[in-house]
Design a protein. Structure first.
Length: 214
């Protein structure tokens, strides 16, 4: 226990950093992911192509490589931001590709006739998607979206390698101070469990309230 009690503030700072990365990157991933899903089912060909390319590139790019591209590449083009913002952009954009596919699969579960009926009433594509299709799709995508955001929380550990304060990065300081590496990682694992179980509990509540009964 002395590893935790002697370094509680360090663990707390790391846990807070992981929570911040997870929350802000999740918000970005949800917004961009839903937008890309809308692009992929849009009647405009150029939007469908953009959405398809976005998903294909990000889903098939290693996250570590994406971190290098964002944190080290963007400053070369004059984009200078705090490393934490760069990490949120990398995590959020990467995860948005998986959110997009989850939402698109939910959209595909909505009967085609409902969209056709809405269009026959004079509704625009955005109205059909926002008022008819997405509310129904939301009910079916709660579990996969929850799993994707749990993966995001764990992927945030990569940010520690790029000078971003997060939970896994605390092991470097503790190792230098001579603490047991085993117990250092045990308490780090406990911290990640707190984050992931919180996300899981939140989505369990959402699923019980709005999910599709199986």
């Amino acid at each position: 226990m002395n590893v935790l009690t002697d370094n509680f503030s360090l663990y707390g700072e790391g846990l807070l950093g992981t929570v911040e990365l997870t929350v802000f990157a999740s918000l970005l991933a949800l917004v961009v992911g839903v937008l890309m899903a809308a692009f992929r089912v849009a009647p405009v060909g150029s939007l469908r192509v953009f959405g398809t390319v976005w998903v294909a590139v990000l889903r098939n790019t290693p996250l570590t490589l994406l971190f290098f591209a964002v944190l080290l590449g963007l400053p070369r083009f004059g984009v200078v931001l705090p490393f934490k913002i760069f990490a949120i952009l990398a995590l959020g954009c990467y995860t948005s590709a998986f959110i997009c596919e989850a939402v698109r699969s939910g959209i595909n579960t909505v009967p085609v006739g409902q969209g056709e009926a809405a269009r026959s009433l004079g509704m625009t594509f955005s109205q059909v998607l926002g008022d008819v299709v997405l509310p129904q799709a939301f009910r079916t995508v709660i579990p996969p979206v929850g799993s994707t955001l749990i993966a995001l929380a764990k992927n945030s550990a990569i940010a520690g390698s790029f000078s971003v304060v997060e939970l896994l990065g605390t092991y470097k300081t503790l190792n230098e101070l001579g603490y047991s590496i085993i117990w250092t990682f045990v308490w780090i694992a406990v911290g990640y469990l707190i984050v992931t179980l919180t996300i899981s509990a939140l989505f369990n509540v959402l699923e019980k309230r709005w999910g599709v009964p199986r």
